[in-house]
Design a protein around this ligand. Structure first.
Ligand code: AMP
Length: 292
């Protein structure tokens, strides 16, 4: 595996590989890799000749009071894990390489409207603009045939798919199911923030989704009833503060009154000071990808 920090270098490398007729898969991450990221990388490796993974904690997608400065970073560990997962090129640029004029001075952005204002977008203004912009930059730098994203960040997937469709970007998007810890907690780099009691409390997210799935399977179709049941379960956990619970159309993210498939049941909950997200994609009469 080659580790590259410069844009020119990664462009040249990928161009050479493409000239040899190889297909390119891209896996964008913020690093501090866990089994969720590694699953994306292995999936990409199974489908493409060459896998380019990126590690970049993108300042543009963090709010002023968010965790950019303290976000966990460990490039040595990440490069070993990425190599073992089959990554061929690891692109890990410093911030100055991606934003030479300073990210605060950027003049051009990619803005996806409406769907970025709901769910996580409501409590993280500007977040998805930062995501869409950096993903566009990575697409332009790497020019992948296919890019792999995790269902863990369900809204991100909808935003990226919409951007690719509306702007005719020459890349196919593949979504990989959520990878969970054995007890149900969705894997996240931010899980390292959790103190032991918080780690236990964090199970309310997956438990609430499991409850929603049971109710859906039993025929419940009222979004309000699902949300109320989830809220009640989470409110019993003293360390948990609900940011949002949403039942929406999985394609448009518009809130539903009556649930119809495919629906996205999504939530964001603060456990202590750590904001966690999780979701359930509900597709009627289909196997749901989540292993609760
Ligand atoms: P991040 O480093 O958190 O920005 O995540 C990089 C990519 O990995 C994104 O496409 C995420 O959706 C995906 N990802 C993160 N955690 C998981 C998980 N538990 N299961 C599946 N994909 C994940």
């Amino acid at each position: 595996m080659q580790i590259v920090t410069r844009i020119d270098e990664v462009k040249n490398l990928v161009r050479q590989l493409r000239r040899q007729g190889k297909t390119i898969g891209l896996v964008p991450t913020m690093g501090y890799l866990h089994e969720g990221h590694l699953t994306l990388m292995r999936w990409a490796k199974a489908e493409q000749d060459v896998v380019v993974a990126t590690i970049f904690v993108n300042p543009l997608q963090f709010g002023p009071n968010e965790d950019f400065a303290v976000y966990p970073r460990d490039l040595d560990r990440d490069s070993k894990l990425a190599a073992a997962a089959g990554v061929d090129v690891l692109f890990a640029p410093p911030v100055e390489e991606m934003y030479p004029q300073g990210y605060e001075n950027m003049l051009a952005f990619v803005d996806v409207r409406k769907i970025t204002e709901r769910l996580c977008g409501a409590s993280r203004p500007g977040h998805f603009r930062g995501v869409a912009t950096v993903v566009t930059k990575l697409f332009n730098i790497v020019e992948p045939d296919v890019a792999y994203f995790g269902q863990k960040d369900a809204q991100q997937v909808v935003v990226i798919r919409t951007m690719v469709r509306d702007l005719n970007m020459n890349v196919r998007i593949v979504t990989v199911p959520i990878v969970r810890e054995p007890d149900g907690l969705a894997m996240s780099s931010r899980n390292v923030y959790l103190a032991p009691a918080e780690r236990q409390a964090a199970l309310v997210l997956s438990r609430a989704l499991k409850l929603a799935k049971e109710k859906l399977d039993a025929g419940e179709r009222s979004a309000a009833a699902l949300i109320a049941a989830m809220r009640e379960l989470i409110d019993r956990e003293p360390l948990a503060t609900i940011d949002y619970i949403s039942v929406s159309d999985a394609a448009t993210l518009e809130e539903l009154d009556t649930v119809r498939a495919p629906a996205l049941v999504a939530l964001a909950v603060k456990i202590g000071r750590t904001r966690l997200i999780d979701n359930l994609l509900w597709e009627e009469k289909q196997h749901v990808s989540h292993a609760f």
